[in-house]
Design a protein around this ligand. Structure first.
Ligand code: ADP
Ligand code: MG
Length: 361
């Protein structure tokens, strides 16, 4: 223990410039659109004949992540991936990332190195260049943000607003797992607070925990769509839960939607663990969030291309009349509610009571 402690160095040891160098000196450039990366006052990019996509996502300690169960390397990976996801949701490819870090002096160099290792790993896996950022000190807590830049051919750009009546609604992967992963981590945390010697065995929950701690963005889906010559009519990434994303698409497009309960993809592990927590897995899928799957609509003419492809579920369709509805297994018609932001508040409450189901109402 004391051996380990000796190796830990405070951030203050290096100063701001030293710290930036320490974190970024091994970063390499992969994309031809990156003319100049880290080291000057601004990065230089050159995109030809493309529309440029830019986005930012921010995460603050205690609200978006909890370092008592989120390893720093995973946090770095997740910060990058949630940013990439926004570009894929426009049907584009990601090429550059800028990383902003605010940390208090309670963080060590080793801790920041762990964090940044996660960012670099994501950048490598997704073929993205880290071209800049900012590093500042904060009085309390860790504040993270990243800016992501990518591109798309003009005719392939997909917005939220392009859905048309009778378009099919498709979702990639499965939903609700990340939310249940969070419930498991919180349950273990409670046990740990009572008995610090408790060594959790999370093996039975590996899939769910990974979905929470190490989400992936669906670059592969964007590539699949291109290969199969499908340009969705609208698309969004599922960061806040299926309900609110369906509503975003219908409201932006000026139409409505029906989605069908029995078509919503839920992993068997999500189903099993939801039972353990006395939760309805459907609620986790609708309101849980952080799955980072893609929800998109396609014209009926593309149905044959996608209908039997594993990893895609056709969950419903766009309707002429406004309003987004869930058709249940019992054929009831329930209006979908956007729980996105509220879900965040509920999640904080759920900390005290992991099986809290109040958000279903
Ligand atoms: P400035 O004084 O202009 O803000 P900095 O000294 O903060 O410049 O940054 C120097 C260089 O290091 C810039 O190229 C900046 O983009 C980069 N940089 C700073 N912090 C980070 C970070 N956390 N990740 C990646 N690059 C960073
Ligand atoms: Mg700066």
């Amino acid at each position: 223990m004391s051996e380990e402690n000796k190796k830990l160095r405070p951030v203050s040891e290096l100063g701001e410039f030293g710290l930036i160098k320490f974190l970024t000196n091994d970063i390499q450039i992969r994309n031809a659109t990156t003319i100049l990366g880290i080291g000057d006052d601004a990065a230089v990019l050159e995109y030809k004949d493309k529309q440029i996509l830019a986005g930012t996502d921010m995460m603050t300690e205690g609200v978006h992540f909890d370092l008592t169960y989120m390893p720093l390397k995973h946090l770095g990976y997740k910060l990058a991936v949630v940013n990439f996801s926004d570009i894929y949701a426009m049907n584009g490819m990601v090429e550059q990332l800028l990383v902003n870090i605010g940390v208090s002096n309670r963080f060590t160099l080793e801790a920041l190195d762990e964090f940044y290792t996660g960012v670099k790993l994501a950048a490598e896996r997704y073929g993205v260049d880290i071209v800049g950022g900012d590093t500042v000190s904060s009085q309390k807590g860790m504040i993270l943000s990243a800016t992501v830049i990518g591109s798309v051919d003009k005719e392939k750009l997909v917005k939220r607003s392009g859905a048309k009546p009778n378009d099919l609604m498709v979702v990639s992967g499965d939903l609700g797992a990340a939310y249940l992963g969070l419930q498991i981590l919180r349950r273990e945390q409670e046990v740990f607070l009572v008995n610090p010697n408790h060594q959790p065995d999370l093996t039975p929950y590996a899939y769910l925990v990974e979905r929470q701690l190490k989400p992936e963005a669906r670059k592969d889906v964007v590539e699949w769509l291109a290969k199969n010559e499908i340009v969705p009519t609208s698309m969004i990434d599922i960061s806040d839960g299926l309900s609110s994303e369906v509503i975003h698409i219908t409201e932006a497009s000026g139409y409505g939607a029906y989605i069908y309960e029995d078509k919503i993809p839920v992993h068997p592990e999500t189903e099993a663990v939801a039972k353990e927590f006395n939760l309805n897995p459907l609620i986790a899928a609708l309101n849980g969030g952080e799955d980072y799957e893609l929800l998109f609509t396609i014209d009926q003419k593309d149905y044959e291309k996608i209908k039997n492809v594993p990893g895609f579920s056709i969950i419903g369709h766009i309707t002429e009349d406004e309003g987004a509805y869930l058709i249940t297994g019992l054929n009831e018609k329930l209006e979908l509610k956007a729980q996105g932001w509220n879900a965040f508040l509920e999640r904080k409450k759920a900390k005290d009571k992991p099986d809290d189901t109040s958000k279903t109402s």
